[in-house]
Design a protein. Structure first.
Length: 404
């Protein structure tokens, strides 16, 4: 065997050993950082590449491996000029990159550009597959590495999506369990609710709690967050509320305690708007507290009023900067309509919001309607108003028709 053949044979063996080493590392499921280190060592020590810079497309381009050149040189490479490459190309001598690199190698997978490799000082006559190109083996080993890493990313993304889907399913179930299984539909009391989430899982909540045959409470709330954290927070909120209602009917104490628990929950970026009302048929007293929520509308004897007394949103301040409840006496037959801000903030194609004024107009038109009819008329009105434009938030409607 001639010296040239011996050199070629040795280089071929180096290449095969390098391929085996990289493949073994991939099969052992080593982390990406370790794979890049093996790639770095293989090219520098075994294949005698003198200058190299590997850029991988993440959210932006990231320089994963470089040697033979300074970091500053890598930072100055104009990657956008090479993003259209479909095959290895010599770098134009007129480009500034040619001062340090000779070739630009695109790494593609199904026509998607995954990485760019810039190299120089490759031994042209002493590469194992020199009959093809001085970069052929480098292209092969880089492609194997980058495609393997891309597959790891896709696998992680799929696992993350599956985990998110499971979380959302759990959150949907949690949220479903928040709402009352049934609402009163009697000659004396009719309550109807509509919940329309913006996404699969929203941050709205409503409830009805019977105290005894003459007393009950209703509430509606809107958490600032969305998704799983919002559903879990609202679940805790509901559990706390129901526990407090068993202990006291004092709305001021209930609100203070709910606020305290929210502030100290560890979720400093989640706040809740909340409205709660209690009604006693014997005393004909309606007591309520509004905590930064859209003012519900109370209609009795042909008169309408907004229920605004209360405090600010819950979970922001401890103690609350102010708090009051309002006791309305002599309340007999009435209609109470409450909602979350997804209703008033629904927009049409001109960017106009549905707004409180339209809500009041619909309520006025439905003053003799059932709770069910009022909610359906409200939904029909906002559907027509938005002209097909997507909703911006969840919508929850809660109507109470008391016929004492």
């Amino acid at each position: 065997m001639s010296p040239a053949d011996t050199i070629a044979s040795n280089l071929k063996e180096l290449e095969l050993n390098s391929l085996l080493e990289v493949t073994e590392a991939i099969n052992n499921n080593l982390p990406e950082e370790s794979l890049y280190k093996i790639y770095h060592f293989t090219l520098l020590a075994n294949l005698k590449v003198k200058k190299l810079a590997l850029f991988v497309k993440e959210e932006d381009w990231e320089n994963k491996v470089f040697f033979g050149v300074k970091k500053e040189v890598c930072n100055e490479v104009s990657l956008s000029a090479f993003e259209s490459l479909k095959q290895t190309a010599a770098i134009d001598r007129n480009r500034q990159e040619s001062e340090h690199f000779e070739y630009a190698i695109p790494v593609l997978h199904k026509d998607k550009l995954l990485a760019l490799v810039f190299i120089a000082d490759v031994a042209q006559s002493q590469v194992g597959i020199s009959s093809k190109s001085p970069t052929t083996f480098l292209e092969a080993i880089t492609n194997i590495l980058i495609v393997a890493i891309e597959n790891k990313k896709l696998a992680r993304k799929q696992l993350a999506q599956e985990a998110l889907a499971k979380e959302l399913e759990i959150a949907k179930q949690v949220q479903k369990n928040l709402f009352p299984k049934a609402l009163p539909q009697t000659k004396q009391l009719e309550i109807d609710a509509v919940y329309q989430p913006h996404h699969n899982v929203g941050g709205d909540y409503y409830d009805y709690m019977s105290i005894d045959e003459n007393q009950y409470m209703v509430c509606i709330a809107d958490v600032s967050g969305k998704g799983v954290p919002a559903a879990l927070m609202m679940s805790n909120f509901q559990a706390s509320l129901r526990t407090l209602v068993r202990q006291t009917r004092n709305l001021m104490n209930i609100v203070k305690e709910l606020n305290y628990q929210l502030v100290h929950s560890g979720n400093s970026d989640i706040f809740i708007t909340f409205f709660i009302a209690s009604y006693d048929r014997e005393s004909k007293v309606l007591n309520y507290a509004n905590c930064g929520h859209n003012p519900p509308l109370l209609i009795q004897n042909g008169k309408k009023q907004q229920l605004t007394k209360g405090t600010t949103v819950l979970g922001m301040f401890d103690p609350l900067p102010f708090i009051e409840t309002e006791m309305l006496e002599g309340v007999e037959s009435f209609q109470l309509f409450s909602y979350t801000d997804g209703l008033t903030e629904a927009e049409n194609l001109k960017g106009e919001e549905f707004g409180e004024e339209r809500v009041e107009q619909i309520v006025d038109q439905c003053d003799q309607s059932t709770a069910f009819e009022l909610n359906r008329n409200m939904l029909a009105a906002v559907e027509k108003f938005r002209e097909g434009k997507a909703y911006r938030d969840d919508i929850t409607l809660l109507s109470v028709k008391e016929k004492s």
